[in-house]
Design a protein around this ligand. Structure first.
Ligand code: ADP
Length: 688
């Protein structure tokens, strides 16, 4: 800004020019006067003195003004330039006692004031940052606690509902016995009323049990072959007395290209359909109810089943079309008085549909009717492939003849893709499959039914494979069930750890269908012989046959042995489950986590450098629980491994894992970039 330095003329130079001009002017006047008055003749000597003396005098004056005026001003100018660059320094002030000295002192006082205010701002900023950090940490912890509390609530509800159901069944049984006896008509009516009430209560308890089981992540879906035609028929049959009573027509269409056999949990599919069909019949006073089943997208082993349930009932107001899927929500306040119900049916239906990775929505026109549209992702058994070539490996020729049909296998795996592939392979070879997503679900499944074999992933949330195997082996009744580990670990000692935990066999991922089936069969055979006391084998030897000629689907590894994991850093399914499907909360918490991560890493590094194993373990465990809260599985596992190291070894042994942890956090940061940018954009709009 201002005039460029090279174009400026110094004050001293200007003053010199002015003095020279004044001197020359007064000399000219004097000469002029002398000539005009006819006085003394023109003196060349005097002229020479004036010509030389005037510039000399001017130079002297210039030098003087330069010293007392231009120099201090130049110092001030340099001081201003330094301030502009952010350097708050005093300028040198000469004690001249004039305005220039006051100006210099004023300038220095201004510099002092600026330094002071800069220091205050820096202190306040630091204080603010510390407070933001503390608040962020507190917020993160509070959210974690709230989520844990919500989980505990769901667990509690799931348990208590179960405890309530048992005595309710007793009450109903006793009422039936009383009704069998000879009763006076009035008493019979009273007991009938009591029985109706007990039935309503039991239905409500069942709904609550289902809802809390889903919320607590304890609803495991089966994967067995079933016929959707049969399911539709069963539902229609169940509601037909009520429909007949109202004079409603029920039409069903299952399109021709829907496979006759699907893989899934027929009980849960029936529950979804039943809720929709019974609502349609309940709310429709005249006209018809129609159930249509058609085929959506299809892959090699999956199919999207599209179900539509349409009625000619009262319709649902547009503003209620989405809220009716919330718990305890009814479209119309008079509904429960007129038709009964609690508003839980559609909430459960939505949750069940989500468990099937599907979607549900309603369309409606008031007084014309409503249509509920559901998409479900189900397994699909492809029709038998063309006959095997003559040189196909002997092991897998006509596998179904070799495999005893219907043996039940529990697959414990948290990765949805792996689960589907393993299911498809097992079902293809004639086994019945039940799935669990973690150790806790696996134990719950074992409590419910017997299994011939367990396939167990090692790295899982909640309870990992090793802990689950140990837990299973503590129970006498489950001691004989063969457990085959499926693990992405390819590190030395992993096999031993699996066997030590009580597992019988070990499969390293990626597992080919041939290896999977071979291991399952070998262990089933061994278990059958174990009745005669045969010891468990240490591991399945590598398969010495050519790759199988049936579709060669390799089970993708959940995590490779190195840190460059191809899996997304967040287990989105688990995160959705943890945060009840709240995407905003998920993003917010993950961004909070990333904001705090650098400081946490600094603390971990500092503890490692100090050799402070206690601090290292504490910090690692803190980081682990923070990562678990956002389902950042890889980071949580890495932090857990650092905590393990800190518990048993010197702190510097954790250095390599710490480097991997940093890489994992960087991967998460990268993964969250779009969300972070969107968030920053939104924040800048707010602050602007
Ligand atoms: P409930 O039937 O126990 O009230 P639901 O969750 O099954 O609970 O249904 C929630 C609400 O959605 C019902 O109360 C009703 O208002 C509305 N609704 C559901 N299905 C229909 C339908 N077919 N026609 C009109 N309204 C419906």
């Amino acid at each position: 800004m201002g005039v460029p330095r090279q174009r400026r003329r110094s004050l001293a130079r200007k003053y010199t020019a002015f003095t020279v001009a004044v001197l020359l002017w007064s000399a000219a006047i004097q000469i002029g006067l002398r000539l005009g008055s006819g006085g003394a003749p023109f003196d060349w000597w005097e002229l020479a003195v004036i010509a030389v003396g005037a510039p000399f005098l001017a130079a002297l004056i210039s030098r003087f003004t330069h010293r007392i005026l231009a120099q201090p001003l130049a110092r001030l100018e340099a001081g201003i330039a330094r301030i502009r660059k952010g350097e708050l320094e005093h300028v040198q002030v000469s004690p001249t006692g004039d305005e220039i000295e006051f100006l210099g002192e004023g300038f220095n006082a201004m510099v002092d004031a600026l330094s002071e205010s800069r220091r205050t701002v820096a202190e306040q900023q630091e204080h603010l940052e510390t407070r933001i950090r503390e608040r962020t940490e507190a917020l993160e912890e509070a959210t974690g606690r709230a989520l844990a509390a919500s989980k505990a609530k769901s667990e509690f509800l799931a348990n208590i509902s179960h405890e309530l159901r048992t005595p309710m069944n007793g009450v109903l049984g006793m009422l039936d016995i009383v009704l069998d006896a000879d009763l006076a008509p009035a008493q019979r009516e009273q007991v009938e009323t009591a029985k109706n009430c007990a039935h309503t209560l039991l239905a409500l308890l069942n709904d609550l049990l289902d809802l809390s089981k889903i919320e607590a992540g304890r609803m495991a879906l089966e994967s067995i072959p079933f016929s959707i035609q049969e399911v539709v028929k069963g539902c229609v049959l169940a509601v037909s007395p009520k429909a007949a009573e109202k004079g409603l027509e029920i039409r069903t269409t299952v399109e021709g290209d829907v496979p006759a056999t699907l893989l899934g949990d027929p009980l849960r599919v029936r529950q979804i359909l039943m809720n929709l069909v019974s609502n349609a019949v309940k709310f429709t006073e005249e006209g018809s109810v129609e159930v249509r089943v058609s085929r959506g997208k299809q892959t090699a082993n999956q199919i999207v089943l599209q179900v539509a349930v349409a009625d000619t009932g009262p319709g649902i107001p547009a503003d209620k079309l989405t809220t009716i899927f919330d718990e305890f929500t009814q479209a119309d306040g008079t509904v429960s008085r007129r038709f009964g119900g609690t508003g839980l049916g559609l909430a459960i239906t939505r949750r069940l549909v989500e468990l099937h990775e599907g979607s549900i929505r309603a369309e409606s026109e008031m007084s014309k009717g409503s249509t509920f549209l559901v998409d479900l992702v189900l397994g699909y058994v492809a029709p038998p492939a063309a006959p095997e070539p003559a040189d196909a490996p002997a092991l897998l020729d006509e596998p179904k003849r070799e495999t005893p049909l219907g043996e039940k296998i529990l697959v414990v795996e948290d990765n949805a893709v792996n689960l589907k592939v393993v299911n498809a392979v097992l079902v293809k070879f004639g086994f019945q499959v039940t799935n669990a997503h973690n150790g806790v679900e696996a134990i719950a499944a074992l409590e419910k039914q017997d299994f011939a074999l367990i396939l167990m992933d090692i790295q899982m949330p909640v309870m990992d494979g090793l802990a689950t195997a140990r837990r299973i082996r503590t129970e006498e009744r489950w001691r004989v069930i063969p457990i085959v580990a499926m693990t992405a670990h390819a590190m030395r000692g992993d096999r031993e750890r699996c066997l030590e935990a009580g597992m019988d066999d070990y499969l390293a991922k990626p597992v080919s269908p041939a290896r999977l089936i071979e291991a399952v069969r070998a262990n089933l055979r061994r278990a059958a012989e174990a009745g005669a006391g045969a010891p468990p084998m240490t591991a399945t030897p590598p398969l010495a046959v050519a790759p199988m000629s049936v579709p060669a689907i390799d089970v993708p590894a959940a995590e490779p042995p190195v840190s460059a994991t191809p899996n997304p850093p967040i287990d989105t399914e688990r995160a959705a489950h943890l945060m009840d499907g709240d995407e905003q909360l998920r993003t917010g918490l993950t961004l909070l986590f990333l904001q705090l991560a650098p400081e946490r890493l600094v603390r971990l590094h500092a503890a490692t450098l100090r050799g402070d194993t206690l601090a290292l373990r504490t910090q690692a465990l803190k980081l682990q629980s923070a990562a678990e809260r956002i389902a950042a599985t890889a980071i949580a596992e890495r932090a857990a491994s650092i905590a393990d190291i800190a518990a048993t070894q010197p702190a510097n042994y954790a250095a390599a894992e710490l480097a991997f942890l940093e890489a994992d956090i960087a991967a998460l940061d990268d993964y969250m970039r779009p969300e972070r940018e969107a968030f920053e954009e939104a924040a800048s709009l707010v602050w602007r």
